[in-house]
Design a protein. Structure first.
Length: 270
């Protein structure tokens, strides 16, 4: 019998945006790749680094057996984000990835405010967006800690010079864009221990990919077999009451992201 991942049934995501609570599931906007092609915001991920599909099964098995998946590390140090009643999923997923990368770099875990960046990008309006907008802003300005700017506060009263002086400690140092629906690039990043914020047009929502999940041992490396045998565990931004403490799994074509990026490193602070 082939090995499969330990999956709780409540993790499986079998919904569309219409089943999201309230106005959630409406914050992700499809990026126009004709006017803003891959590489517009950040260098594209190097396709020469791709892990062969023939290695996915064994690598995923090893990570899970050793309990060193991104979700294992995250659950010991932090919780998923909660976007509240905002349409800021597109920056919540990127913020989660930034916080996780800081943990991976052995830095102190600091809760960062997605609304601090989202408010500035959208002119203090509760509007949707996409992940590359968020990452570009965080690379340039950083994010304000929640202690200085509540996570879902779209209010100018928190927009203080002193807060942004603190935000520079929490900048993205390196990130890359991934091509839309490039499963090989997404899986490669996850197997290398790099979080992947990913947006889905079908869901109108952005989340953060953390693990490759195995449902069966593939018989070949065809696209059909990869979609049948593997899934992607995601960290959502609907709080810990959703899924398995805020985590879920996308299967089949649902895991092919329409917009995705990878956080490679965060600025090191003392």
């Amino acid at each position: 019998m082939s090995w499969v991942s330990d999956v709780d049934p409540k993790e499986i995501v079998a919904l569309d945006y219409n089943s999201a609570p309230g106005n959630l599931g409406k914050g992700y906007e499809a990026r126009d790749y004709n006017s803003k092609p891959t590489g517009y915001y950040a260098p594209p991920y190097d396709s020469q680094q791709l892990i062969p599909r023939s290695e996915w099964y064994e690598r995923a098995k090893e990570l899970e057996t050793k309990k060193c998946r991104l979700s294992d590390i995250a659950k010991m140090n932090m919780q998923v984000k909660s976007q509240g009643r905002t349409n800021y999923c597109w920056i919540n997923g990127v913020t989660y990835a930034c916080e996780l990368m800081r943990v991976l770099q052995f830095q102190e875990h600091i809760e960062l405010s997605p609304a601090s960046g989202g408010s500035k990008i959208k002119g203090f309006k509760n509007n949707g967006g996409w992940g590359d907008q968020a990452a570009e802003f965080i690379e340039q300005y950083g994010l304000v800690p929640e202690s200085l700017w509540p996570p879902n506060a779209i209010e100018r009263q928190y927009d203080k010079e002193s807060s942004w002086d603190e935000a520079v400690k929490f900048k993205i140092a390196q990130w890359n864009e991934l091509k839309p629906k490039d499963l090989d690039a997404m899986v490669t990043c996850l197997l290398r221990g790099l979080p992947v914020p990913c947006g889905f047009n079908w869901w109108r929502h952005l989340v953060c990919g953390v693990d490759l999940v195995v449902f069966d041992k593939p018989r070949s490396t065809s696209d059909r077999e990869m979609l049948r045998c593997f899934g992607v565990r995601i960290a959502n931004s609907w709080g810990t009451s959703w899924g398995d403490n805020g985590y879920g799994i996308l299967k089949g074509s649902k895991m092919l992201a329409d917009g995705q990026l990878v956080i490679r490193s965060m600025r090191l602070t003392t």
